[in-house]
Write a protein that binds this ligand. Structure first.
Ligand code: ADP
Ligand code: MG
Length: 259
């Protein structure tokens, strides 16, 4: 048995401080091209607490997609640091990062990103299969049950409505029990009623399963499902609203768009 490290015995006597699920520390991203430099993000700092649901809003070009890409380790900051559940992504090599991303996080996109040739069941199981993890039939069906699609497990995406396809994508994201769920305009292609179903599922992921959810949206009603909405403008965080309703969020957005 190895001796207990001193740091472990110290932290055992003081209350544990959970690492943020996602931490952005002075994150800057500059795109350089022959045409010049674009400062997509300028020193953004924010900690997303475990089990919270956060919306990101801002005018077109304000840096929302860039922020999501960096937070998910799909792109690296020009300056600053991104950590997920205490792991500094900048310290992982490409192989370790890919492996880490597969277990720690999942994505839901506006365009669903399902494979049309596979059944709903196989779409949900695919990431686990790609990661070389065993796939248990009952737990795939449980994930489909959570989104109300257990009975349609054998259908392929072209045989499902848009809302049903997005729910398959959410089941796929939830199946691996990732700590963090990133969603980029998840309701952008859905009608209002179906959009609400999808948002309620994201709410449940945070509330009942402790999954930290970060969602980019243009829709104040969608943002009102979140615990907090962060506002970006010109690559900087310019405001935040907690537990706000759609009207208050829409008002803040129109102020930003008039800047
Ligand atoms: P949003 O998602 O809020 O619309 P983005 O994060 O996509 O904003 O973009 C922020 C800024 O960075 C914009 O000015 C955009 O044109 C620029 N940008 C985004 N991606 C690239 C890229 N790959 N190369 C150059 N500029 C980019
Ligand atoms: Mg975008």
């Amino acid at each position: 048995m190895s001796p207990t490290p001193i740091s472990a015995s110290i932290s055992a006597s003081s209350p544990p401080v959970p690492a943020p699920a996602v931490a952005l520390d002075e994150v800057t991203r500059t795109y350089r091209s022959r045409a010049g430099s674009v400062h997509a993000l300028r020193g953004v700092t924010h900690a997303f607490a475990p089990g919270t649901f956060t919306a990101i809003m801002g005018p077109s070009g304000s840096g929302k997609s860039t922020l999501l890409q960096l937070a998910a380790g799909l792109d690296a900051p020009t300056k600053g640091r991104v950590s997920i559940t205490g792991t500094d992504l900048g310290r992982l090599n490409q192989t370790a990062l890919t492996k880490f991303r597969r277990t720690a996080m999942a994505f839901v996109f506006q365009s669903y990103n399902l494979l049309d040739a596979l059944s709903a069941f196989d779409n949900v199981a695919l990431p686990a299969r790609l990661a070389g993890r065993p796939v248990e039939r009952h737990s795939v069906l449980d994930a489909l049950e959570r989104v109300g699609l257990r009975d349609l497990a054998r259908r392929r995406p072209p045989e499902l409505s848009g809302g049903q396809q997005q729910r398959v994508a959410i089941a796929r994201a939830l199946y691996g029990r990732p700590d963090v769920l990133f969603a980029d305009e998840p309701t952008g292609a859905l009608d209002r009623t179906t959009g609400r179903e999808v948002l309620a599922l994201l709410r449940t992921a945070a509330d009942d399963h402790g999954q930290t959810t970060v969602m980019v949206t243009h829709d104040p009603l969608a943002a009102s499902y979140a615990d907090e909405t962060l506002f970006l403008a010109d690559g900087q965080m310019v405001g935040r609203l907690r537990h706000a309703d759609a009207t208050a969020i829409a008002r803040r957005m129109s102020e930003l768009e008039q800047r």
